[in-house]
Ligand binder design. Structure first.
Ligand SMILES: [Zn+2]
Length: 287
């Protein structure tokens, strides 16, 4: 049985604490999912992330779990629960701070103050956690998604194409220097063409990495459905909640209008992930 690492950032908890129990439960669940994908799967470990982050992230054989992810609907005091997706309190800093403190206190964590990103995370969290059944199914989907990344070894795969493109750009720069030093080619022309080749190469790498990243995320979503078919509804609920939140947020400030599209997709996230609309569509259609 995998050990639970609770000494992250020098905080430790005894085995009777709620945070220890919850993290152990998640670690058990993660290892069950991993075994469903591969009976011989090596153990996966969990690590506590004390920051106000929304979702876990996988790397190597470890999944980092933000404390908010361990909070259940019933842990939130009734007076702090939202009344509908457009509850005006979601725009109040003091209300969000109170939610943060209340959840941190529940988990026995030191209180921290909010920044802009934290506020957005808390708003989405309050919306998705409002449904006690779907929020737990959404968590199951997210854990299965992270385990799928580990199963497919996504974090260690660095495409050879990217390596060779990087190597090609080094060759171009070396060739340009040789041309400048060895032949009487005007410096400016060589430099301009080398710079253009370099920029094109970087752009190609970025486009390639983006499509690779999208493919890996989609593969992790679809593998998650195979490992936990009952979590499909949770995945759809999560992305639909993101979209509703992001559409709502566009009405509240200019920055949100830049980051979120009119249909509620997160433009920043699409640098690495398929859009929420795409993910909802293929989760609904997957056999
Ligand atoms: Zn992912």
């Amino acid at each position: 049985m995998a050990a639970v690492n609770l000494n992250f950032n020098q905080f430790s908890y005894d085995s009777s604490s709620i945070i220890f129990q919850r993290l152990s439960d998640v670690e058990k669940k993660i290892n069950e999912i991993a075994k469903r994908l591969d009976r011989k799967a090596p153990p996966v470990f969990t690590l506590l992330n004390r920051n106000i982050a929304g979702v876990p992230s996988a790397g190597g054989s470890c999944v980092k779990i933000p404390y908010l992810f361990l909070i259940k609907t019933e842990d939130i005091p009734d007076k702090l629960k939202i009344k509908g997706i457009d509850d005006p309190r979601l725009q109040s800093d003091s209300y969000l701070q109170e939610v943060a403190h209340s959840t941190q206190e529940f988990m026995g964590l030191p209180k921290s103050s909010l920044n802009f990103i934290d506020k957005e995370t808390l708003r989405v969290f309050l919306k998705y956690i409002s449904d006690p059944v779907l929020s737990e199914k959404a968590k199951e989907f997210v854990l299965s998604h992270e385990v799928s990344h580990i199963h497919h070894e996504h974090s260690s795969k660095h495409p050879t194409f990217v390596k060779s493109l990087g190597f090609a750009s080094v060759l171009i720069i070396a060739a340009s220097l040789t041309a400048i030093l060895g032949f009487s080619v005007p410096f400016f022309i060589v430099f301009a063409s080398a710079a253009a080749a370099f920029v094109t190469t970087i752009a190609l790498i970025k486009i390639y990495e983006r499509s690779q990243s999208h493919a890996r995320e989609k593969e992790a979503d679809l593998t998650a459905l195979k490992a936990s078919p009952q979590s499909r509804e949770g995945g759809i609920y999560l992305f639909e909640t993101f979209q509703k939140h992001q559409q709502q947020a566009r009405k509240n400030n200019f920055l949100s209008k830049l980051i979120y599209s009119p249909s509620g997709n997160n433009r920043l996230l699409t640098l690495t992930h398929p859009t929420e609309s795409d993910r909802i569509r293929y989760l609904k259609n997957a056999k």
